[in-house]
Design a protein around this ligand. Sequence first.
Ligand code: ADE
Ligand code: ZN
Length: 323
Amino acid sequence: MPTPHSSVPKVELHCHIEGAAPPSLVKRLAEREGIDVSGIIGPNGKYIWSDFTSFLKAYDLASSVFKTPADYGLLAETYFRMLAAEGTIYAEVFISPDHAQAAGLSYRTYVEGLAAGIERAKIDTGIEGRMIAIGVRHFGAASVERVVKEVIGSPHPMVSGFGLAGDEREGHPSNFARAFRMANEAGLGITAHAGEFGGPESVKAALEFFQVKRIGHGVRAVEEAALVDRLADEQIVLETCPGSNVALGVYPVLRFHPINILKNRGVRITLNSDDPPFFGTTLGKEYSSVSNTFNWSENDQIAISRTAIEAAFCDEATRQRLM
Ligand code: ADE
Ligand code: ZN
């Protein structure tokens, strides 16, 4: 039986940096900025939201308190130190240039602030980090293309990927095909949220229109047997976030989550935390709760981390060092 917070080296491929902000940090910066966050942080110090739409609104308000590169540096440093303390050796975080822009920061300033925080955590703990810039689907195709153009126009060694997050029920996938083509041609790793609130059709559309080999969540592919076979055959990697799916009501409890079915059917699975304090989780908790629920051995967990390293958007020298 695996112990909680096992010594297995952990790897994170799917976590939104703004969604990793501890409520205490958000509250402190909100007081400085005169922003009222009492609607999203309760007296118990926890985030308040009730469904996916209200979660996205709470996420937007929490993001709005980060105003300077130093704020973002502190956020990244705090999160990467926490990951390292749980035994994480490598993490990719989704960054949202749209949220930074809304707070008055340029793309470059935002990225440099985050990179400084990740570097500080690395110096002390050895944790390796990369960033994946995301476009927000419900902000529309023009905004998503603006993000890709900014990433390509201002390359940064730690920004190694491009992705699509937000509400997958909005906007036809074909609207975003050009953004993914540009990112792919520029050599960025690509990934898209699909199969979280959308069903198998949404996963198939991501494969067709975005040409991704990694999918954020993807778990609702389980509803179509032929699609599960296809994911296994094509070695598509799923960035699963079981705690997030349970918190958001996609599945009622962890034992009904399809992660184990997908794993047993040969789909390449990774374990991730998504927006950890919003969902009462951490990466370490994801490894331990999933392993306890499905009786995964330590070797099963090591295989999960290995898959994540194989699928990571990093250079080959870094990948070899992590293996
Ligand atoms: N942005 C932050 N968290 C998200 C999630 N779980 N799904 C889609 N977009 C998100
Ligand atoms: Zn996500």
